[in-house]
Design a protein around this ligand. Structure first.
Ligand SMILES: *[C@@H]1O[C@H](CO)[C@@H](O)[C@H](O)[C@H]1NC(C)=O
Ligand SMILES: *[C@@H]1O[C@H](CO)[C@@H](O)[C@H](O)[C@H]1NC(C)=O
Ligand SMILES: *[C@@H]1O[C@H](CO)[C@@H](O)[C@H](O)[C@H]1NC(C)=O
Ligand SMILES: *[C@@H]1O[C@H](CO)[C@@H](O)[C@H](O)[C@H]1NC(C)=O
Ligand SMILES: *[C@@H]1O[C@H](CO)[C@@H](O)[C@H](O)[C@H]1NC(C)=O
Ligand SMILES: *[C@@H]1O[C@H](CO)[C@@H](O)[C@H](O)[C@H]1NC(C)=O
Ligand SMILES: *[C@@H]1O[C@H](CO)[C@@H](O)[C@H](O)[C@H]1NC(C)=O
Ligand SMILES: *[C@@H]1O[C@H](CO)[C@@H](O)[C@H](O)[C@H]1NC(C)=O
Ligand SMILES: *[C@@H]1O[C@H](CO)[C@@H](O)[C@H](O)[C@H]1NC(C)=O
Ligand SMILES: *[C@@H]1O[C@H](CO)[C@@H](O)[C@H](O)[C@H]1NC(C)=O
Ligand SMILES: *[C@@H]1O[C@H](CO)[C@@H](O)[C@H](O)[C@H]1NC(C)=O
Ligand SMILES: [Ca+2]
Length: 252
């Protein structure tokens, strides 16, 4: 019995390597950007590229400031007209991969639903909106589950601007940052709880600076074994009082 418990713990530890991506947070600046260059900095194909990423359309390299709030004091990219960024990573077929990323509006004027990014992968896509009413920050963490991949285990992730331009006084191009991939192992069931992943421990990685991730409307949610109807917050025990373990769900 004790051995079985230890094995389960080992699985949980083995899965939590959170940085499978190179330059996941855009802190390695674009080539051809000197110390003198001021952000926002328009990226142009072939003159400058962001290590680890490809891009197309209008993409800006931005710095956290009064207009754009980011997790930490860092940098991010903003997807303008037809703007998209993409990258490839190798999935480990023994695990389900879950992506956590942050989404921010261009300015405070863009709160409700104007800011949207389409995240696509080998298996489909999902459009994420900045909801702007569940937290104190001007950015939100979202999660996307990756359950399949191409031959060779490759997953192609694409993030593109799908903000609809409904208000000409508002520029609502999405700002994205901080991509974490977490490999989810087998969920744990406790002897006294027949519900697999009943403790909701097996879910997306939290950002270093943030303790909540928004999950909405998904049959196969990033929270292993759970479907989500409506919007819920996945919260971390470091900043919230959770009944048990590492994480919990707050129904909104
Ligand atoms: C920064 O700009 C100044 C003046 O424009 C220039 O003299 C200097 O060489 C530049 N430094 C770098 C690192 O590009
Ligand atoms: C840097 O970008 C400018 C255009 O913005 C281009 O003329 C120049 O060749 C680029 N330099 C390098 C090293 O790519
Ligand atoms: C950028 O997008 C355009 C239009 O979709 C396409 O024709 C072009 O090949 C793309 N460029 C790259 C480098 O992917
Ligand atoms: C913030 O936004 C205002 C209005 O769009 C603009 O005038 C100002 O230059 C921006 N500031 C920075 C630091 O980007
Ligand atoms: C995130 O953490 C860094 C240092 O780890 C801190 O400087 C920054 O203010 C934090 N940002 C937020 C939004 O909490
Ligand atoms: C992307 O963002 C810009 C705002 O800068 C907007 O004009 C445009 O309609 C958005 N959508 C697409 C699909 O490019
Ligand atoms: C981005 O997508 C283009 C077109 O599909 C591809 O050629 C390129 O290798 C991709 N970039 C990365 C970093 O995966
Ligand atoms: C936000 O909207 C207000 C009022 O419409 C305007 O004065 C301000 O410049 C806008 N800010 C930005 C960053 O666009
Ligand atoms: C934003 O979108 C959600 C889901 O589509 C909807 O329930 C909500 O009412 C929208 N909020 C606003 C302010 O439009
Ligand atoms: C999202 O992106 C995928 C892949 O490019 C595309 O097939 C799909 O139509 C897009 N959906 C929306 C709503 O933009
Ligand atoms: C556009 O945004 C401004 C500033 O938030 C607001 O005053 C105005 O009513 C909006 N217009 C439309 C058509 O939504
Ligand atoms: Ca960053």
């Amino acid at each position: 019995m004790a051995l079985a418990v230890l094995l389960m713990l080992f699985l949980i530890l083995a899965m939590s390597s959170a940085d499978l991506l190179q330059n996941p947070d855009f802190e390695s600046p674009p080539t051809n950007m000197t110390a003198n260059t001021t952000a926002p900095f328009l990226l142009q194909n072939k003159y400058n590229s962001i290590p680890g990423w490809s891009f197309n359309g209008t993409v800006w390299y931005v710095t956290s400031g009064p207009n754009t709030s980011l997790p930490g004091n860092g940098h991010a990219v903003q997807l303008g007209q037809d703007g998209k960024i993409n990258r490839t990573f190798k999935s480990d077929s023994n695990y389900m991969n879950v992506l956590t990323f942050t989404l921010a509006p261009e300015s405070k004027n863009c709160s409700n639903n104007f800011t949207a990014v389409n995240v696509s992968s080998s298996e489909g896509y999902k459009v994420f909106h900045f909801q702007g009413r569940y937290g104190k920050e001007m950015w939100e963490s979202h999660a996307y589950s990756l359950t399949s991949w191409d031959e060779g285990g490759l997953n192609h992730l694409v993030f593109q601007n799908t903000s609809s331009y409904t208000n000409s006084t508002q520029m609502c191009a999405p700002v994205v940052d901080t991509f974490l991939i977490r490999k989810l192992g087998a969920p744990i069931g406790y002897a006294e709880n027949m519900l697999v992943n009943g403790g909701s421990e097996v879910g997306p990685a939290f950002l270093k600076n943030s303790s909540e991730i928004l999950l909405n409307d998904e049959l196969q949610s990033p929270l292993k074994q759970w479907s989500v109807i409506g919007t819920v917050k996945y919260i971390d025990s470091r900043h919230y009082l959770v009944p048990e373990g590492r994480a919990a769900i707050e129904i909104l």
